[in-house]
Design a protein around this ligand. Structure first.
Ligand code: ZN
Length: 315
């Protein structure tokens, strides 16, 4: 957090960029018919005063004119970001570097508006003057805290008369810290047959369904005994000990609730049933089928979670 004094000096530093106007910056090229024709092709514009000399002469314009929205294009510095000689060399966006230095590294163009005083004609060579029109106090935005900076670019003809202006408003923001709370794992589909299993985990027990008629243990849970077809059942608590019957190591696709690579094992419990469960281990290359495993049951308030297993040390 900034102290009040630091906050005041920061605010003063920012506001120091507001209002000061740079020197003239010149266009590389005069307003020209080649650029106008290409612009009309790109935007599929068919308007005779832009491209047809004869029709333009008979129009209210009395001759060819340039499309108004080309205004800032004439003043673009080009890919090498250079200016014709005689232009002011100061960086019109210097305040952006200061904002970046203070951690406002995010950037979002929010709006742009243009004003046109009169149409430009081929042969005119225009210039512009850059300034920062406004910098807002820090605002809390959806993107994070930031400052809105309004850049003003005013355009002039060779006689020094204003021909237009453009305002570009940019938000420089400190991106919100990503929360470290990871999302919950996907929740299981629970039905009447399996509800006891998930309820057991919440109370710290790994339960196995048992046929009341013949005593056979079964997993995953189901309505009837696969051996005697009895519908009567209860459950017994497993010791949580077993061995690794088989496993895979998942790399993709990733679910943000888990760390990867994620080993998933088929665990054979001491009681004889098997279940699929994720495995916690320091290094997946140490996993071997047959190694002894034990359950880790960590009930989480309000969530149904699979038991995890881990190798029993020394196995
Ligand atoms: Zn049975």
């Amino acid at each position: 957090m900034m102290t009040e004094l630091e906050s005041k000096s920061w605010s003063a530093e920012l506001q120091g960029y507001v209002g000061g106007r740079g020197g003239s910056v010149y266009a590389w090229d005069s307003v020209n018919e080649a650029m106008i024709r290409q612009w009309c092709e790109v935007f599929d514009v068919d308007f005779p005063p832009f491209t047809d000399e004869q029709e333009a002469a008979q129009s209210v314009h009395g001759g060819l004119i340039a499309p108004a929205t080309l205004l800032p294009i004439w003043l673009m510095p080009g890919l090498r970001n250079r200016r014709p000689s005689g232009s002011d060399g100061a960086d019109p966006r210097a305040v952006m570097k200061v904002l970046e230095r203070e951690g406002y590294i995010g950037i979002l163009g929010t709006n742009c508006d243009q004003e046109y005083e009169r149409p430009l004609r081929p042969g005119e060579r225009i210039s512009c003057i850059h300034s920062v029109e406004a910098i807002s106090e820090e605002k809390q935005t959806r993107m994070g805290p930031g400052h809105f900076v309004t850049f003003l670019q005013e355009f002039f003809d060779e006689a020094g008369a204003k021909v237009g202006a453009m305002r570009l408003r940019i938000l420089r923001f400190k991106p919100k810290q990503k929360t470290s709370t990871r999302p919950s794992p996907p929740q299981p589909a629970i039905n009447q047959d399996s509800a006891f299993f998930w309820q057991g985990l919440k109370s710290g027990q790994l339960l196995i369904q048992r046929c009341k008629a013949c005593g056979l243990l079964r997993h995953p849970p189901g309505p009837a005994c696969t051996e005697c077809h009895s519908l009567e059942w209860d459950a017994v608590a497993s010791t949580g000990r077993g061995s690794l019957f088989s496993f895979v190591v998942v790399h993709q696709p990733k679910n943000p609730a888990f760390d990867y690579p994620l080993p998933v094992g088929l665990i054979e419990l001491e009681e004889g049933t098997r279940l699929v469960a994720p495995i916690k281990c320091a290094d997946t290359v140490t996993l071997r089928t047959g190694m002894r495993m034990e359950a880790i049951i960590e009930p989480v308030e309000g969530e149904d979670r699979l038991p995890w297993f881990r190798p029993v040390s020394g196995s």
